[in-house]
Design a protein around this ligand. Sequence first.
Ligand SMILES: Nc1ncnc2c1ncn2[C@@H]1O[C@H](COP(=O)(O)OP(=O)(O)OP(=O)(O)O)[C@@H](O)[C@H]1O
Ligand SMILES: [Mg+2]
Length: 270
Amino acid sequence: MSLTELEQLQAENATLRAQLDDLQQRLVQAQKLGAVGSLASSITHEFNNILTTIINYARMGVRHKQATIRDKAFDRILSSGQRAAKITTGLLSYVRNRSDRKDILSLKQLVQDILLLVEKDLQVHRIRVETRFVGEPFASVSAGQLQQVLLNLIVNGRQAMEPGGTLYVSVGPGSDPEIAEIAIRDTGCGIPTDKLQKIFDPYYTTKSVDAQGQGGTGIGLALCKDVIDAHGGRIRVESVVGRGTMFTLKLPMAPAPVLSVRPEVAQKVG
Ligand SMILES: Nc1ncnc2c1ncn2[C@@H]1O[C@H](COP(=O)(O)OP(=O)(O)OP(=O)(O)O)[C@@H](O)[C@H]1O
Ligand SMILES: [Mg+2]
């Protein structure tokens, strides 16, 4: 092979690599949108309920002249509006947050933000959620990526349980004080031992595409593993057929960021 041929092959190789990277990133984004897409109908439903509440209380306020009744109506309108705003903010940040930049974030907060998005969907599928937060561990994470992992695990749990069941979500320190743990446990069908080794393989799936054309690509858990590995963490699974499955994410803890500066220090700095 001549030198020019070799150079040509190297250039082609580099182009193919760049294309592969690009396609991989698109796949991740498509998976992310697919996961949140499965929540679209329940979120729309929830918005309808919020609007109905707002409209009913606004009517009540218009009809009644007493201050106490109007105050109550305003309170309800305000809290409903705030809930709607929280959901849209959460949804937008989930969809827009494509960067892999890591920040020191509260794992409890990240989990709570995702639970807000899935709450209605789980309710529609008659799934109860039980949460347990011990302390407030922080870790250096990419918010968008970690939320994608959490959403994948929750959607998997929901799919394994339908209809009914309980999803247990906990956040706290692990047995090693330097490691934070997020556990997501379902009371679903469980995974047989021979299949347990395959579930993190890309494209391994036992599901078929649902009526909305979603699910069953088998990249959810492969992606979860990649993300957690890239965060220096570990993902563990325990499962009992007929009883349920628990996924545990172990992430190195980071010191909580210092948010406020004492006034005397601020003055000295200023
Ligand atoms: N909580 C769970 N309970 C039972 N089986 C599970 C659970 N989570 C994953 N699995 C099994 O692991 C397989 C792979 O999961 P993964 O999330 O990677 O893909 P998927 O859910 O099939 O498709 P996708 O997430 O891409 O829509 C699933 O098809 C299912 O057989
Ligand atoms: Mg999945």
